[in-house]
Structures are given as structure tokens and as C-alpha cells.
Design a protein around this ligand. Structure first.
Ligand SMILES: Cc1ncc(COP(=O)(O)O)c(C=O)c1O
Length: 421
């Protein structure tokens, strides 16, 4: 029996309607941008395996770092203990993060990094003796799948079954209505949470840096904390190491995950200012931040994350992102000439093409395109009617050209059918 058949007997996959989804593809090996299937197909990972992979699969330098750490210490609890991989990674992160972010709290993934940020802020105000219990988040936001992160996310098919259990959020669309929300609720608002520059799962929406600047100013004016969810945008994806650096602002808390470990292992980091940390220091034990996970600061995850940062510098990853960006800018905008394309959006190493559709996430076009590209040996998994190309930074020029050629051909074919309607 092959992997796919064995899988079907016992496994349950994320975001998958198991009754109608095509069988999962068995992957046996990864190298660079390529994934190899058990029946010999070679597929280019053009979405960095759900946006996590930046240096390519099975990178020798990262493999070595991981093996070395496994031989030293695989794991220990983090309450009352510490270890070199956690300390080293924290030092490296603080050195490159926007100014003022100096206290690293580790967790397991992007959702927990957000969950930690929300709980930290909520308790911060209580510890300071203020009743600020409301969060502001943006339209089209996506912050993860745990309950706090789902509450902060905009309503969608993903959150629909759970709506009665989610807490209320004030939802902002632009700077004018954020200002109005602040004016009307100034004393209750604990924090704004947002994905700086690029809203990912909400449809690869690129935002102006001015918006980020204006939000920072408003937060200062109303004494509201700013949480930047850089789970997707961190580590070069938008062309800067962190997306907040486009606007040269510092949030009060930043949430990191995904490319933090170059896509090797699960790890989240919520990094706060010293001011937030200090609000938890007290002789009163009730002011403790009571949050933690069994695998907090897992040494293997921290070691590979540290090695990834080293590789990032050594291989000039920001230059690679700039190169990918130039290629996208040369080729993608002309797709707007097709009647079936309603918008093209590019930032850093992300290129998105929105296809005309009014059916949102369940538009068949997404599934059709996914299957069509797989048959052409490319993994592209559209978000509904938004097709996006988000490769590992190690992708070669000829591979970018090839994927762009395939995207162009597939969209031209769709356009022919579309124009005949
Ligand atoms: C901006 C953002 N925040 C949080 C998350 C949740 O991360 P995870 O899937 O690791 O829980 C995601 C995942 O796509 C994300 O894009």
C-alpha cells in the first residue's frame, strides 16, 4: 500500500473537506525548491510550503545545525531552566528587530504567538490598574486558528462555525474609521493588532506604508498598544527584514513564526518592549504572566532558527528577495491586460493575481488552478480566486521564469474561456 492509501485510513488533514478532496500526495523527499512524490513526480514548491520555507528544503547547513543540537540537548522545560539555543536566538532577534523590542517569549506556532500577544496586552493593562479590554483589528485580517487569534481575524468561512464563542473586536478598515473608533472608545482599547504591509490569508492585500505610520501615530496619541503580526511578513518576505521597517516604526509587540525556523520546525516568538515586561514584575504573584507550553523554547527549533538567521546574512537573502521582486514586476503586471484578471499585487517576494469572481473562498477557480498547476509540476494553492507566487528565496532565475511562463499560459487559457462567456 502506498502512503496515500495508508494515510486515508487514519489521517485527517487541515482545511480539507475529506469527502470530496483529491487524495493527498505522498512526499518522500525535498531538496531546494523541489518536492519529490512517492510516484516519482518532482514539484516546485511555489508557495514555500504554506509560507514557511525560505532557504529551500533540506538545506545542508540547517540539517547540520539540527543534528548537532539533537546530539547535545533535544528538549528541556523552560520554566526555571534555560539553554544556549534559546539565549542565542533571543540575542540575535533583539539585534535585528525594530528598536525597543527586547523581551522574547517563545511559543509553538503563529497562532500561539498571537494568542500570547493578546493575553500579554490584556494582562498588561490589568497589572497597571487600567480597565482596557477591547482590541481593534482590521477588515480582511487573519491571525490564526486558536480562539483569540480567530476572534482577531475577520469573519470568514474559516471562523463561521465558532462565531458565538469569539470575543468582540472593533473592526477598522482605514485610518479615518480607526481614528473614529479610537475617539469613541479611547479608554477601553487595549491594543490594535494588524499584519503590517501585507494581509496574507485575507487575500494577499498589499497596504501602503503610510497606513502603518498613521496607525502608529494614532496609537501614540491615544496611548494604545500596537501588535504587529509578522508571522507571514517577517524574515524578508516583503523586501525588508520585518515589514514594520517599511514605515520605520516599532510596534509594542511583534509576533513571529513560520520563516523563523526557515520552515523546519514549529516555533513562535512574541517579542515585547521592556515597558510591557516591567508591568509583570511584582512581589504579587498574581501579576505573573501565566502562560506556557510543554515545548516552549524547544532547543531544536531555536538552534535551527539561529542557523537560519546566520544563513540569511551569509546568503544575502534580502538581495535575493529584491531579485525575485524585480522578476515579478517585469512579468506579472502585464497579466492585468487579461479580462479574467481583476488585479495584480506585488510586494517583496510575493506576487498575487486576483481573478474575476464573486464567489470568494469557495470559487471553483481556486481548486481548478491548483490541480492545473500540479499537473504542470508546480505547487500553487490559490486563496479562493487569488493566485499567488511566494517561492523560497533560493529559487533560481530560470525556475522563476518557468513558473511565470506557466502562470501566463494557464491564465491566457482561462481568459479565452472567460472572454467567450
Ligand atoms: C499573519 C498570520 N498570523 C498568524 C498565522 C497563524 O500561524 P500558524 O498557522 O502557524 O498557527 C498565520 C498563518 O497563516 C498568518 O498568516
Amino acid at each position: 500500500m502506498n502512503l496515500t492509501d495508508r494515510d486515508r485510513r487514519h489521517l485527517w488533514h487541515p482545511y480539507t473537506q475529506e469527502k470530496i478532496a483529491p487524495p493527498p500526495i505522498g512526499i518522500v523527499r525535498g531538496r531546494g525548491v523541489w518536492l519529490y512524490t512517492e510516484d516519482g513526480q518532482k514539484i516546485l514548491d511555489a508557495i514555500s510550503s504554506w509560507w514557511v520555507n525560505i532557504h529551500g528544503h533540506a538545506h545542508p547547513f540547517l540539517n547540520q545545525a539540527l543534528a548537532r543540537q539533537a546530539n547535545e540537548l533535544e528538549h528541556t522545560m523552560f520554566a526555571g531552566f534555560t539553554h544556549k539555543p534559546a539565549v542565542e536566538l533571543a540575542e540575535k532577534l533583539v539585534a535585528i528587530l525594530p528598536k525597543g523590542l527586547t523581551r522574547v517569549f517563545y511559543s509553538d506556532n503563529g497562532s500561539t504567538a498571537v494568542e500570547v500577544a493578546l493575553k500579554m496586552v490584556y494582562q498588561f493593562w490589568q497589572n497597571r490598574g487600567e480597565q482596557r479590554k477591547t482590541f481593534v483589528a482590521l477588515e480582511h485580517a487573519y491571525h490564526g486558528d486558536t480562539f483569540g487569534a480567530m476572534s482577531a481575524s475577520d469573519k470568514s468561512a474559516f471562523t463561521k462555525p465558532f462565531v458565538p464563542l469569539l470575543f468582540d473586536i472593533l473592526r477598522a478598515g482605514n485610518i479615518e474609521n480607526t481614528d473614529q473608533i479610537f475617539q469613541e472608545n479611547s479608554k477601553q482599547i487595549a491594543a490594535v493588532i494588524l499584519e503590517p504591509m501585507l494581509q496574507g490569508a485575507g487575500g494577499m492585500i498589499v497596504r501602503e506604508k503610510q497606513f502603518l505610520l498613521d496607525i502608529r501615530k494614532l496609537c501614540n496619541q491615544y496611548n494604545v498598544l500596537l501588535i504587529a503580526d509578522e508571522v507571514l511578513t517577517g524574515f524578508g518576505r516583503t523586501g525588508k527584514m520585518f515589514a514594520c521597517q517599511h514605515a520605520e516604526i516599532s510596534p509594542d509587540i511583534i509576533c513571529l513564526s513560520k520563516a523563523l525556523t526557515a520552515g523546519y520546525l514549529p516555533l513562535g516568538a512574541t517579542v515585547a518592549t521592556e515597558e510591557i515586561y516591567e508591568a509583570f514584575l511584582s512581589d504579587d504573584r498574581m501579576k505573573t504572566f501565566f502562560h506556557g507550553h510543554s515545548f516552549t523554547a524547544n532547543p531544536l527549533s531555536c538552534a535551527v532558527a539561529s542557523a537560519s538567521l546566520e544563513l540569511f546574512e551569509r546568503e544575502n537573502c534580502l538581495e535575493k528577495v529584491a531579485f525575485i521582486n524585480r522578476k515579478f514586476n517585469e512579468r506579472l503586471p502585464q497579466l492585468s491586460n487579461l479580462d479574467c484578471v481583476s488585479d495584480v499585487r506585488i510586494i517583496g517576494a510575493v506576487g498575487a493575481v486576483e481573478i474575476v469572481s464573486d464567489d470568494g473562498y469557495f470559487a471553483d477557480i481556486g481548486q481548478t488552478l491548483y490541480q492545473e498547476f500540479l499537473s504542470r509540476n508546480i505547487l500553487l494553492r490559490p486563496l479562493g480566486n487569488v493566485l499567488y507566487f511566494m517561492p523560497p528565496y533560493v529559487i533560481q532565475e530560470k525556475e522563476i521564469d518557468w513558473v511565470l511562463d506557466e502562470i501566463t499560459e494557464v491564465l491566457e487559457n482561462i481568459n479565452r474561456r472567460f472572454s467567450r462567456k
